[in-house]
Ligand binder design. Structure first.
Ligand SMILES: C[S@@+](CC[C@H](N)C(=O)[O-])C[C@H]1O[C@@H](n2cnc3c(N)ncnc32)[C@H](O)[C@@H]1O
Ligand code: SF4
Ligand code: SF4
Length: 370
């Protein structure tokens, strides 16, 4: 009787253990297959879809020199917008209230004059902050207009303008002013552009449009709106208001994540981000000169993760065709990243190549300034 019970208990245990082993085995097999599927999917997709006739230097993109140059002239800002990394940047160790050295601006403009003829479509003055906070912003813009031999644009929040400054700005002869507004209603503006007052910004833009008309300046004035859940319902009112007011263009922008650092409303899955991926346009299109005087490859970077080197001891011409950029481009083309910053970033989706159907800021500049 005892022996029977022992045998029974033992067989139950054996069955239990073998069940566990077989479950574990099934789990391992399942995992191996998942991994296999992912790898096959990943390689097949990437090798099949990288079409070098699209993702290469073509159209306005040139291997000789960048087609556009972004100049982030300051790190200081008077607002704290909810979609912008500036509030977090301001609290970080990377923030140093830097203002671009006008000598580096001059060096960049002279380079554009020398190497960018027929290639560089525009120099865009913007910031990891508000460009018009820079005490030499007007002089730097003027130098670019007079010496670069290309179009010059400014992106500003429009809050610091007054009639005297507007006249000074229009007198530089710059080709485009892009004013970020993001709201039609005052309450929404307060929520999105924290620290700002829509009545002041709106009055400034209307005055600027009037001054432009009165002095027959050729400067195009556009207003922009970054779409997010707080303001989506106001897009139509916003467009109608500014078209009626005489803006040359109303630009509705998609929200981006600032290279994955600010994901907010954007859905993100790291594995999905690695699959089905096309190269990001930026390494083929532009270079950034930031307020610290560094050259960088990514316009959505606020924390120095895409800095290449200081501009003082090199040239844009050299860096553009040097090994750093060719290696970065190769990583994007093969989808094999050593650059963790690009690897984890979902913002490549928002970039549009010249042969793709979506429109980019460069297309807008081309359409209204060329
Ligand atoms: C960083 S700001 C610098 C210039 C200036 N302070 C301004 O607000 O126009 C440049 C542009 O980036 C936009 N921007 C900031 N965060 C963004 C985001 N998460 N997605 C899309 N655009 C964003 C701003 O609305 C603005 O039009
Ligand atoms: S979007 Fe412009 S104004 Fe707003 S916080 Fe960022 S830098 Fe400042
Ligand atoms: S992939 Fe992201 S981090 Fe890399 S250049 Fe493009 S936007 Fe910047």
């Amino acid at each position: 009787m005892n022996i029977k019970r022992i045998i029974l208990t033992l067989s139950k245990k054996i069955i239990k253990i073998s069940n566990k082993i077989s479950n574990l085995f099934l789990l391992i097999v399942d995992y191996i297959f998942e991994l296999l599927y992912f790898t096959i999917d990943y390689y097949i997709f990437n090798f099949m879809t990288i079409d070098k006739s699209i993702y290469s230097f073509n159209g306005r993109l040139s291997e000789k020199f960048p087609s556009n140059i972004l100049v982030d002239i300051t790190e200081v800002c008077n607002l704290g917008c909810i979609h912008c990394p500036h509030p977090a940047f301001k609290l970080s160790d990377h923030y140093s209230k830097k203002m671009l050295d006008p000598n580096l601006n001059k060096k960049m403009v002279d380079e554009v004059h020398k190497y960018g003829a027929g290639i560089t479509q525009y120099i865009r003055y913007t910031s990891n902050g508000e460009p018009l906070v820079h005490p030499k912003s007007y002089e730097m813009i003027l130098y670019a207009v007079e010496n670069s031999n290309t179009k010059v644009t400014l992106t500003t929040n429009g809050t610091l303008l007054n009639e005297k400054k507007m006249t000074k700005l229009l007198n530089t002869g710059l080709h485009l002013i892009d004013i970020s507004v993001d709201a039609f209603n005052e309450e929404t503006y307060k929520k999105v552009r924290v620290g700002g007052d829509l009545n002041i910004t709106r009055k400034n833009i209307l005055k600027l449009l009037e001054l432009k008309k009165n002095c027959s300046a050729n400067t195009k004035i556009i207003v922009s709106f970054v779409e997010q859940k707080e303001n989506t319902a106001e897009i139509e009112d916003f467009k109608n208001f500014w078209v009626d007011a005489g803006a040359d263009e109303v630009l509705i922008r998609a929200l981006h994540s600032h290279a994955g650092q600010n994901l907010m409303e954007i859905e993100y899955n790291e594995i999905d981000n690695m699959k089905n991926r096309k190269p990001c346009l930026y390494p083929w299109e532009r270079i950034i000169l930031n307020a610290k005087g560094n050259l960088a490859f990514c316009p959505t970077d606020w924390f120095g993760k895409s800095e290449i080197t200081h501009y003082e001891n090199t040239s844009i011409k050299k860096i553009w065709s040097d090994v750093f950029y060719s290696d970065l481009r190769e990583q994007h083309l093969t989808n094999k990243f050593t650059c963790e910053f690009c690897k984890k970033c979902p913002d490549w989706k928002e970039t549009n190549w010249p042969k793709e159907s979506g429109k980019s800021y460069a297309d807008l500049v081309e359409r209204i300034l060329y």
